[in-house]
Design a binder for this molecule. Structure first.
Ligand code: BES
Ligand code: MN
Ligand code: ZN
Length: 498
C-alpha cells in the first residue's frame, strides 16, 4: 500500500473517498463540520433523521455530496469524543480501512488521523494508522489455487494532519511505520506457512536471502555437526526425533551509524517449525496450530528485516534455534538426560517442554557476542494463555530496568506485555533427583517455571523472556499469525537509539 500525508480542507479534496468521523451522540468532528458547511447541512440533516448517531462501529457511505469535490464521503462512528484512547483509536482506524476497502475506491483521504488521542502526538497517530491499515488489509492467499491475487483496487491511503507544520514529522513517521509493517508482514507470512513448507531449512534460506546484498547484515547457519562440536546437547536432544535437520541461524546487523564499541542487543527466537510434543505427544485437538511454534523466530526475522530496511544506527544480533519436535525411534524419551552447552545436565521429563531445551543453548551461545542485553521470544507455555489470554505477552526478566523498558515499548506500540514474577521460590520446582535440573516444574505456575529454567542459563546476563504463546496468532474463523511482538521489539530498539 502507498501511504502519504497531507493537510487541507476535506470538501476541497479531489479524491475517490474522504473519510471523516462522527462522535456520539450525533456530534460532528471538525472535518465533518467542514463538509457539512460546504454541503449546506447535508451531513447534519442525515444525522438528525437518524441515519447515524456516531456510535463505535457505525459507518455510512455517501455519494455525490453537494459542494464536495470527492466522489464519496465515508462517515465513521467514533464513539464518545473523550473516550478516544489508544485502543479505540486503533479500532476506529481499522473500521475505516475495512469500509474504505469495500467501497471500490482506488484511494482515499482519511481525516481520522486528526482525532484527539490522550497523550499522543500526530507522529504517533500517523504511525499507528499506517500499521493498523497494513494489518487490516493483510491476507494470506499464497497457497490457494484460485483468487491468489485478492481483489484490491485500493492502492493509496492519505492521512491528514491539522496544519502544514506537522507534515515533515509525519512523513518520517510514515516511512518508519511502513518498514515496521513490512517486518510484521514478513513475520506473519513465515508463520502462516505450514510446517511442510516452513521447515528449519526454509527459515535458514529466508535468513540468508535477507542478508544478500546487505553490507550491514551477516547471516550464518550452524549445522547439527557444528552444534555437536559446541556441545549443544540440549538443542540436539529435541531435533534427534526428526528427519529435518536442525539449524542455528545468526543474523548480525551492524548499523552504519552505530559506535563500533556498542555491544549488540541479542534477540533469540524459538523456531520449532512444528511441535507434536515428541514422545510426550500432544492431543490432536488444534494440533495444526503448532505450526505457529516458530513465531518467536519469525518475529526475530521480521524485526531484523525492519531494522535493516531503516538502516538504524545500532548493533543487533538475531539468534534462531530451529527444529521440529517429532516422535520417532530416535526421539528423546522421558527421563533421558543431556548435557547442555553450559555444562549443566538436564533431565527431560516431558519432551513437550522442548522450547526451553533449544533456547537454553541459544542463550549460552549468545554470550559469544558479548551482548548488552538478551531478549528471547517464544511460544513457550500454554499456561501463559491461561494466565494472560490473547491480549498480553508474558514478560519475565532478571533485570528490572530492562523489564520496564519492554513494558513501556509495549504500551507505546500497542503491543503490550505484562510482567510475571521470577522469584527464587519457584526455582525449586525444577529440582531433579538425577540431573542438575529438570525440564518441567509441575502444574503450578507453568510460565514462571519455564522462565526459571531459562534463567539458569542467563546468569550474569541482562536478560528478558517474552512468552508469546497467547499473542502470536489468533485461532477460530480468523486464524492467522499476528506478527507480534515485532511492534514491541521495534519500539524498544527505537527507544534505545533515541
Ligand atoms: N509450544 C508449546 C506451548 C504452547 C501450547 C503454545 C499451546 C501455545 C499454545 C510448548 O512447547 C509446550 O508444549 N509447552 C508445554 C509445557 C509443559 C509440558 C510443561 C505446555 O504448555 O503444555
Ligand atoms: Mn511443546
Ligand atoms: Zn513448543
Amino acid at each position: 500500500m502507498d501511504f502519504s500525508i497531507k493537510s487541507g480542507s476535506p470538501e476541497k479534496q479531489r479524491t475517490a473517498c474522504v473519510i471523516v468521523g462522527i462522535f456520539s451522540t450525533r456530534r460532528l468532528s471538525n472535518p465533518a463540520k467542514a463538509i457539512d458547511i460546504a454541503s449546506k447541512q447535508h451531513i447534519s440533516t442525515l444525522i438528525r433523521r437518524g441515519d447515524m448517531d456516531g456510535e463505535k462501529g457505525q459507518k455510512l457511505l455517501l455519494h455525490n455530496v453537494p459542494g464536495v469535490m470527492a466522489d464519496r464521503v465515508l462517515l465513521i462512528g467514533c464513539g464518545k469524543e473523550r473516550e478516544v484512547n489508544d485502543r479505540n483509536y486503533r479500532t476506529i482506524i481499522e473500521n475505516s480501512i475495512c469500509a474504505l476497502d469495500k467501497t471500490g475506491a482506488l484511494e482515499g483521504i482519511n481525516y481520522l488521523s486528526e482525532l484527539n488521542v490522550k497523550g499522543r502526538d500526530c507522529s504517533w497517530k500517523v504511525k499507528q494508522a499506517v500499521e493498523v491499515a497494513e494489518h487490516t488489509l493483510y491476507k494470506f492467499n499464497e497457497l490457494k489455487s484460485k483468487n491468489k491475487e485478492s481483489r484490491r483496487p485500493l492502492r493509496k491511503i492519505t492521512y491528514t494532519v491539522p496544519t502544514r507544520r506537522e507534515l515533515s514529522k509525519c512523513e518520517t513517521a510514515i516511512k518508519l511505520a511502513q518498514a515496521i509493517a513490512n517486518g510484521i508482514k514478513l513475520s506473519r507470512d513465515l508463520a502462516n506457512y505450514p510446517s511442510n513448507i516452513c521447515t528449519p531449512n526454509y527459515l535458514a534460506q529466508k535468513a540468508i536471502k535477507l542478508g544478500k546484498n546487505q553490507t550491514s547484515l551477516t547471516v550464518k547457519i550452524l549445522e547439527e555437526s557444528d552444534m555437536e562440536k559446541l556441545g549443544m546437547g540440549s538443542l540436539l536432544s529435541v531435533s534427534r526425533g526428526s528427519s529435518e535437520p536442525a539449524k542455528l541461524i545468526t543474523l548480525e546487523y551492524k548499523g552504519k551509524g552505530a559506535k563500533k564499541s556498542q555491544k549488540p542487543i541479542a534477540i533469540i527466537g524459538k523456531g520449532v517449525t512444528f511441535d507434536t510434543g515428541g514422545i510426550s505427544i500432544k492431543p490432536s485437538q488444534a494440533m495444526d496450530e503448532m505450526k505457529y511454534d516458530m513465531c518467536g523466530a519469525a518475529s526475530v526475522i521480521g524485526t531484523i528485516s525492519a531494522v535493516t530496511e531503516l538502516e538504524l544506527p545500532i548493533n543487533i544480533v538475531g539468534i534462531i534455534p530451529t527444529t521440529e519436535n517429532m516422535p520417532s525411534g530416535t526421539a528423546t524419551k522421558p527421563g533421558d538426560i543431556f548435557t547442555s552447552m553450559s555444562g549443566q545436565t538436564i533431565e527431560v521429563l516431558n519432551t513437550d517442554a522442548e522450547g526451553r531445551l533449544i533456547l537454553c543453548d541459544a542463550i549460552t551461545y549468545s554470550k559469544k557476542f558479548n551482548p548488552e542485553v538478551v531478549i528471547d521470544i517464544a511460544t513457550l507455555t500454554g499456561a501463559c494463555v491461561v494466565a494472560l489470554g490473547k491480549h498480553a505477552t508474558g514478560l519475565l526478566s532478571n533485570h528490572n530496568s530492562l523489564a520496564r523498558e519492554l513494558i513501556n515499548a509495549g504500551e507505546e506500540s500497542g503491543d503490550r506485555a505484562w510482567q510475571l514474577p521470577l522469584w527464587d521460590e519457584y526455582q525449586q520446582q525444577l529440582n531433579s533427583p538425577f540431573a542438575d535440573i529438570a525440564n518441567i516444574g509441575g502444574r503450578d505456575a507453568g510460565t514462571i517455571t519455564a522462565a526459571c529454567f531459562l534463567s539458569r542459563f542467563a546468569e550474569k546476563l541482562q536478560w528478558a523472556h517474552l512468552d508469546i504463546a497467547g499473542t502470536a496468532w489468533t485461532s477460530g474463523s480468523k486464524k492467522g499469525a499476528t506478527g507480534r511482538p515485532v511492534p514491541l521489539l521495534m519500539q524498544y530498539i527505537l527507544n534505545k537509539i533515541k
